[in-house]
Design a protein around this ligand. Structure first.
Ligand SMILES: Cc1cc2nc3c(=O)[nH]c(=O)nc-3n(C[C@H](O)[C@H](O)[C@H](O)COP(=O)(O)O)c2cc1C
Length: 164
């Protein structure tokens, strides 16, 4: 095992070993939609339903979420890596041109073709280093059939999930 002092490079090297799903978190401010590809997402509480996301305060999406106080977590399907790339900086303006989306309760975009979504109102924001942890109260959610998109060692993956 390689042990390193815990600086940013060592932190990232170890975090790469952690497989995650991939989400696009969307928001809506003054009728303008915005989205960010995000893997720092976790369940917090089922009663009441709450979750958390971690967003870099330098990301444009940060302003949308912190001022509108709404966001929707869209769980990407295995065949949606192109959407993940689009929302991780490849498309800077008019991010939603040519893609299909609708809305649920809050008005934040619900992307078509995902395996589920959580539509949320911001309950709390905590600053932590470069990021903000947003706690979301889930106002509506839905699951759909399909396999998840994964991310591991810096690449999008189809995990081909099977029981060990
Ligand atoms: C797989 C993957 C996961 C990511 N996870 C996060 C995350 O959890 N939080 C975050 O702030 N940025 C994350 N990013 C980076 C943002 O998607 C990226 O910085 C984006 O360009 C910010 O866009 P904006 O400035 O237009 O809002 C991730 C990127 C990728 C490819």
């Amino acid at each position: 095992m390689n042990a390193h002092a815990a600086g940013p490079a060592a932190f990232k090297a170890v975090m790469r070993r952690h497989p995650t799903g991939v989400t696009v978190v969307t928001s809506l401010r003054e009728r303008e939609p915005r989205g960010i590809t995000l893997s720092a997402f976790a369940s917090v509480s089922a009663q009441p339903p709450m979750l958390l996301i971690c967003v870099n305060r330098e990301a444009r999406s940060y302003l949308y979420i912190s001022s509108s106080r709404i966001f929707c977590v869209n769980l990407l399907a295995a065949e949606q890596s192109e959407l993940a790339e689009r929302f991780s900086g490849r498309v800077k303006e008019h991010q939603f041109d040519d893609i299909e989306w609708s809305t649920d309760v809050t008005g934040a975009p619900v992307l078509a073709g995902t395996i589920g979504h959580f539509d949320c109102a911001v309950e709390a924001e905590h600053h932590a280093g470069s990021h903000s942890i947003f706690i979301g109260r889930v106002l509506a959610c839905a699951a759909r059939e399909g396999r998840p998109l994964g991310y591991y060692e810096g690449r999008f993956r189809d995990f081909h999930l099977e029981a060990p």
